[in-house]
Structure formats: C-alpha cells, structure tokens
Design a protein. Sequence first.
Length: 261
Amino acid sequence: MRPDPVTSGAFAAALQNRDLPPPDGLSRPGGKPATRRFAVYRNNVAVSLVDALAAIYPTLQNLVGEEFFRAMAHAYVLHNLPTSPLMFTYGANFPAFVETFAPAGALPFLPDVARVERAWLDAFHAEDRAPLAPQALGSIDPDALATIRFEPHPASRLLTLPHAAGSIVGRDRAGQPLDGLDPFMPEAVLITRPAFDVSVTVLTAEACAFIGTLVAGGTFAEACDAAESATPEPDIAGLLTLTLASGAFSDLMPPETRKPS
C-alpha cells in the first residue's frame, strides 16, 4: 500500500524543499503530476508564514526594512513549518533563529527585540485573570506581610536583556523616534496586560530585583532585601505601588506556599 503523503512526512518535506517533487498521490486530472500547482501552493504557504512573522515582529521589520526581514523570515520558514493550527503560536523560536542568522549579526540587539515582541504576543494571548487589587493587602495582618507571597499573573513576563530592546519596542510601537537611544544598554523589561492592552515597562535595577524575587516565589521580605541589595535605601512603598499598578500579579499566596522551582 502506498504511504499517505501527509502522515509519512512527505508532504511537509516537499513544502520545505523546492528540489523535491510533489508527494506521491498528488496529481492533476488524468493522472499527470501536479508539479506546477504544487509549486504555487508551496509559494503561497511560504508567503503566508512570512506574513504571519511580519505581523508578530513588526518592530523587527521596521528596524531592518521589509526586504531584509522577508528574506530572513523566508530562510526561517524553510525549516520551520507550523506545529499548531493557532497561528499566534508560530515563530516562538524565531528570536533564536535571528541570533544565528549571519546577515543580522551587524545588529546584535535584534534577537532581544524579537524576544520582547514574542513576549508581547504571548502576554496578549495569555489567560484572562483579574490583576491583584491594591486593597487586597489591606486585609493582611502587618505582622504577616513579610511572609506573604504573590501569585504571578498569567500574562506577566519579566526579561533581563543585554540590550535596550524594551525601549526600542516601546518607542517603535508608540510611533516615537529612536533618536538618542543607545541600543547596547542592558534593560530589565516587565511585560503585563493589566486590562486589555499589553504594557511594556523598563524597570530600574531595584524594581527588577523586587519584582523578580516575587515572580520567583520569594516573600515580600525577600523582595525588599533583593531591592536593597540592588540599590541602597530603595523606595519600598514606590516599588509596591509600581508592582500593583503593573498588573504583574493576580493573587496573594499563603505564607507557607512557594512557587515550584
């Protein structure tokens, strides 16, 4: 019995390799090979996937130009077909590909820009959940506050990057120029979705230490210690206000609860 071209992988292989003929079983009326029709289909698939990547990584495309981006995306598509019918999941490893794409090596901050844009999309599609209300802390006994832990919101993403990718994405998506921005400055970036809009916030060192400790499952006291290690005499009240306003957390956890490592 002739193997099925889809389940055997022949169909996907032919989509990715222009040198391969159409899979067995695909033919025109009369039994003639569907070589030309399959070539058109192969091209349409590639174009649609490149379009999907352009929609996911708009800032990246703006930085390198449409022609360069589409060439880079096409090189990615040749070896990466979708594994899910949900197209927003496509291209999750595109930032890693950009890092290995030699023509992009002159701009080493591009992979980090792609990582921020990927995190933005993942936050946009994350589970809906109400953010932690500031008044929730009012019900906590002051003596127990030090041992309280915070439950991260499903949309929260915290990235520590060697480049100013958060500022680049934030400015570009707001239509602001990148003049005067040093792309080689390290940044900590908090990506959240407190309501219906995704927010990209560049954090100070103490804010990153404070929020990062809470995201990792640390207690409020441990987060305060981390902030103090990052910056002498940190503004803990201001950090807590920022944390709650950002929507990075959705609930409080009992003192004995620790996020699994």
